[in-house]
Write a protein that binds this ligand. Structure first.
Ligand code: WTA
Length: 647
């Protein structure tokens, strides 16, 4: 069998929403007549006041403005819950699967409604109203979904902070979005361990500049005793019990903000990517339905955390807008054993599984343990997201998780794109392992060279998108100029993704990874600047430069070059201390894999660190360093090569 191309089987295609002819026809109409195409697609939602305007967008320098369905009114929570109730009140919405396999229960759409409405009323009783920001720092449990939808119901803007982030990261985000309330839980469970969420929030709230929070709403999760500050803390369960399970959804304009989600860029602090209501929801819902071929009755499982955009679009908004039944998984793929993913698939008869290459590689490393004791016969479609999937991991996922029968949707997208942009469709697209294949409806990708010239045919270049789509981020919260600078200044009149890609002779896209200083560690985005600033905050560090290097399981890992403060005594203990320092300051995800102490860093005469050289040395590819003659002190490079850690 040719392992480089997997054609769509005709019988499979017949049972899918879209076959190749339909894809081509719909794609063409989406590009030629976006107004008409999206006018039609907008009807997948229930609108309080129907839109008459569809697309009003500009990528013109100095006037970046993105509006979709701007005169329409709707409520995202209503679309995710209430409108399903007449037919689906007793259908399961969420199947909770706890960190411990013994913990599992289901929530119907009616129960989802009641919980969300109570929490929404609870938030209102704390003074939260339309337009206020609410921070959410939760475990991956059903209550996290309630929290997001409760905000949407009353028009509050949620900002979810991943449960693995540090008190400092929480505080920075609260200050940036001016959150009024934070919703958290006593502790999170992950892989048999606990994370002290409430204690982390307490520490964040104790910082002097964190002044906007009036209340902290605390859910019981593990039941651990936590410190209570009676002037701020409110028990979520008690509050919900006191208020009615009926809360009319707020009327929102299509362009009212739905959420802010912080993500790392190549410079400075994480930026608050802002998504609005109408276009985002149309796009999340449409992509979920078409890309996963979601049909009523299917059991869907996206294993992402709600702390990331994947959890927003493909755990909460997309699937629930489509009335789906889905698994909410609190744990990790390898706990209590490497068979967990397959076991959960069998237990809940999952039909569609969407996960990340890093999880797949972690399971691959365990031999046949992931699949020997489960059969996964219920699976029909697999998905992958977050980083390039290498062909070996693709083949392993296909053969061993999908039993050689389920097409893999390698979905390329970003926090900023709101939904999937380049992807196969199960009934339409022949697959090539490692390629995200073709654009979704309405998406106009292109490759440009460094001058911004559009390349045609088979080519490699920087990936840009030539026109707006409904799910696109509207701005960076509080800093529209940074939005323009980051995404629209490199190439005029185009959205620059920050990724490099290759297009082959069949027009398939192969994403090669970031071309900026953003790292992708286990599918998590981190900026080198953030890690460097955590490193230099340590008293023994004078200077630091961070690069990524290839890692078997994480995809990419962190290599930190660190110059000590003069007189520092270097030791194993100090190295460990520094790794833990970054871990606590930022997040365990940001922990450097390798710390290379060095007396100097390669710099140009103007003092700019030559990261290109550092990347090569970290990748153990020092034979082709390119021109080093412009360096202030070329001998630094020899010392770095000599002492390199990734041999
Ligand atoms: C990378 C995650 C290759 C890419 C949804 C992008 C991918 C960044 C893929 C966004 C894929 C995501 N193939 N690379 N299928 N999916 N990426 O914002 O570099 O957390 O720019 O959004 O992940 O990461 P983010």
């Amino acid at each position: 069998m040719d392992q480089s191309y997997f054609a769509v089987e005709s019988q499979f295609a017949e049972n899918c929403l879209v076959d190749n002819d339909k894809y081509l026809e719909m794609y063409q109409s989406s590009i030629e007549n976006p107004q008409q195409f999206w006018a039609e697609q907008g009807k997948r939602l229930d609108w309080i006041k129907p839109y008459t305007q569809i697309k009003n967008t500009s990528y013109a320098p100095g006037d970046i403005s993105i509006k979709w369905y701007e005169d329409g009114q709707l409520n995202a929570c209503y679309n995710c819950i209430d409108r399903h109730l007449p037919e689906k009140a007793n259908q399961i919405a969420l199947i909770f699967e706890g960190d411990e396999p013994s913990q599992s229960y289901s929530i119907t759409y009616q129960q989802l409604h009641d919980n969300v409405a109570r929490l929404a009323n609870g938030l209102k009783s704390l003074g939260v109203s339309k337009g206020d920001s609410v921070a959410i720092y939760m475990p991956m449990v059903c209550e996290a979904v309630y929290a997001m939808l409760a905000c949407a119901r009353i028009g509050a803007v949620h900002s979810v902070i991943f449960g693995g982030f540090s008190p400092k990261a929480i505080a920075d985000r609260i200050v940036n979005c001016n959150a009024k309330v934070i919703i958290t839980a006593d502790e999170a469970r992950r892989g048999g361990k606990t994370v002290p969420l409430k204690a982390n929030v307490d520490e964040a709230l104790s910082r002097d500049d964190v002044t906007s929070i009036t209340n902290c709403l605390v859910f019981k999760n593990t039941g651990a005793q936590v410190a209570v500050n009676s002037s701020v803390d409110v028990c979520a369960e008690e509050l919900m019990a006191k208020v009615p399970a009926d809360c009319p959804p707020e009327v929102m304009n299509a362009e009212d903000p739905l959420f802010i989600l912080y993500t790392s860029g190549s410079t400075g602090q994480p930026k608050g990517v802002m998504h609005t209501t109408g276009g985002y929801l149309v796009y999340a819902s449409m992509t979920h339905e078409y890309i996963f071929d979601y049909k009523a009755g299917d059991v869907y499982w996206c294993a992402a955390d709600v702390g990331w955009i994947t959890g927003h679009s493909y755990v909460v908004y997309g699937p629930l807008a489509n009335g789906a039944t889905q698994v909410i998984f609190e744990g990790v793929p390898t706990y209590p054993s490497a068979s967990r993913i397959g076991d959960v698939v069998d237990k809940h008869q999952v039909n569609i599984l969407y996960t990340a290459p890093t999880a797949i590689r972690a399971l691959m490393a365990k031999g046949d343990k992931a699949y020997a004791t489960n059969n996964r016969n219920s699976l029909r479609i697999l998905g992958s997201v977050g980083e390039p999937i290498n062909p070996e991991a693709w083949a392993w996922y296909y053969q061993n998780i999908g039993n050689g029968q389920c097409p893999i949707m390698d979905t390329w997208w970003q926090t900023e794109t709101g939904g999937i942009m380049i992807t196969p469709l199960p009934g339409a697209t022949g697959l090539k392992p490692g390629s995200a294949t073709r654009p979704f409806f309405g998406v106009k990708p292109a490759l440009v060279d460094s001058e911004g010239q559009i390349l045609s045919g088979a080519a490699s270049g920087n990936l840009v998108i030539l026109d707006s789509w409904p799910g696109q981020a509207r701005t960076i919260y509080g800093d529209h100029q940074r939005f323009e600078q980051t995404y629209f200044s490199a190439y005029k009149n185009m959205y620059f993704t920050g990724d490099g890609a290759r297009r082959d002779e069949d027009g398939y896209y192969w994403i090669t990874g970031r071309v900026d200083d953003v790292l992708n560690i286990s599918g998590h985005r981190l900026g080198t600047a953030e890690i460097e600033s955590a490193l230099v905050a340590h008293p023994s560090v004078a200077e630091a430069a961070v690069v990524g290097f290839p890692h078997d399981i994480k995809g990419q890992a962190i290599y930190a070059y660190v110059t000590p403060v003069e007189g520092t005594e270097l030791s194993e203990t100090l190295t460990t201390e520094l790794r833990n320092w970054v871990r606590t300051d930022l997040s365990p995800i940001a922990t450097p894999e390798l710390i290379h102490w060095t007396a100097g860093l390669p710099k140009t005469r103007s003092g700019k660190i030559m990261r290109r050289i550092l990347r090569k040395i970290a990748a153990n590819e020092f034979e082709q360093l390119g021109d080093t003659s412009t360096l202030a002190d070329p001998s630094v490079v020899d010392a770095l090569i000599e002492n390199r850690l990734n041999k």
